[in-house]
Design a protein around this ligand. Structure first.
Ligand SMILES: C[S@@+](CC[C@H](N)C(=O)[O-])C[C@H]1O[C@@H](n2cnc3c(N)ncnc32)[C@H](O)[C@@H]1O
Length: 268
């Protein structure tokens, strides 16, 4: 089979990877290598850094991070098997530098300040829209370390009803999709991190559509929605923030010790 497809001058690093390898590691609706390449163009990753790849799915982005930047990666995901991921990491030659972890992003098994950077590809919106989540996550990255997210998002917020041309495709869980401006505000108001960048991918909807045509050509509902929308709402967004030094983070509360005091229930 020709290996020309999915080769794109926009994504020179990704274009070196075999398209069948990329397809065999699909774990969501996007090409995770395109998104990782786009995000990391604006991140400061150096060899030997410790990176959390949060919501890494089947681990293609973690392989990419390790091979392209020489970083160590904790490839962490909830829905997909860490065992299958381990085989992919081993075969990709990164078994010694990428570590598959099965964990919930809301209950991470890591020490405070452990990571130099955190990356999350097409996943953060599942848990990160909670106002308090950045406070929780930021404790795992060193002060001044970067947190970067990239994934499906909106060119503009949908404030009223879902636009008619998107209604057939839309489902309630898509309420978690937001614009780059929304993420910037969401993170800045936490005061925990300084947002260095929040933007939308140029022609992101066209890349989304190209990917759908390649991996899911029968998904006419999504293809029709993207085509009708033509980038008015749908696209890819990214945001990169740096943990502010000197801001003390709340410790996660797992229990509050209390002692029972017996009292009369009613006034007598
Ligand atoms: C759309 S998939 C994207 C996977 C991969 N990053 C990619 O781009 O192909 C969303 C991922 O988010 C992960 N995810 C969702 N909720 C999560 C949570 N609470 N903790 C950890 N991962 C979560 C899922 O396990 C899933 O792999």
């Amino acid at each position: 089979m020709s290996t020309d497809y999915l080769a794109s001058p926009r994504f020179p690093r990704t274009s070196r990877y075999h398209p069948e390898w990329i397809r065999s590691s699909v774990s969501g609706g996007a090409n995770s290598l395109w998104l990782t390449e786009w995000l990391t163009e604006a991140m400061d990753l150096r060899p030997e850094m410790r990176v959390l790849d949060l919501g890494c799915g089947r681990g293609a982005s973690s392989v990419f991070l390790s091979r392209e930047f020489g970083v160590q990666v904790w490839a962490t995901d909830l829905w997909f098997s860490a065992d299958e991921r381990l085989q992919r990491l081993h075969d990709a030659g990164v078994g010694d530098s990428v570590f598959p972890i099965h964990a919930d992003a809301r209950a991470l098994p890591f020490a405070a300040d452990f990571f130099d950077a955190i990356v999350s590809i097409d996943s953060y919106f599942y848990y990160g829209t909670d106002d308090l989540y950045l406070n929780y996550l930021a404790r795992f990255v060193k002060p001044e370390g970067q947190i970067g997210i990239a994934g499906a998002g909106l060119a503009q917020e949908i404030d009223g009803p879902v636009p008619e041309h998107l209604q057939e495709w839309w489902e309630p869980s898509l309420a978690c999709l937001h614009s780059a401006e929304w993420w910037q505000r969401h993170w800045e108001r936490s005061t925990i991190a300084h947002v260095e960048l929040a933007d939308a991918m140029t022609d992101g909807w066209k890349h989304w559509l190209e990917w759908q045509h390649t991996v899911a050509p029968d998904n006419s509902v999504e293809i029709d929605a993207l085509t009708a929308d033509s980038g008015r709402y749908l696209g890819y967004v990214r945001a990169i923030a740096r943990r502010r030094p000197g801001v003390s983070l709340d410790e996660p509360i797992s229990s509050i010790p209390v002692a029972y005091t017996k009292q009369s229930l009613y006034r007598v």
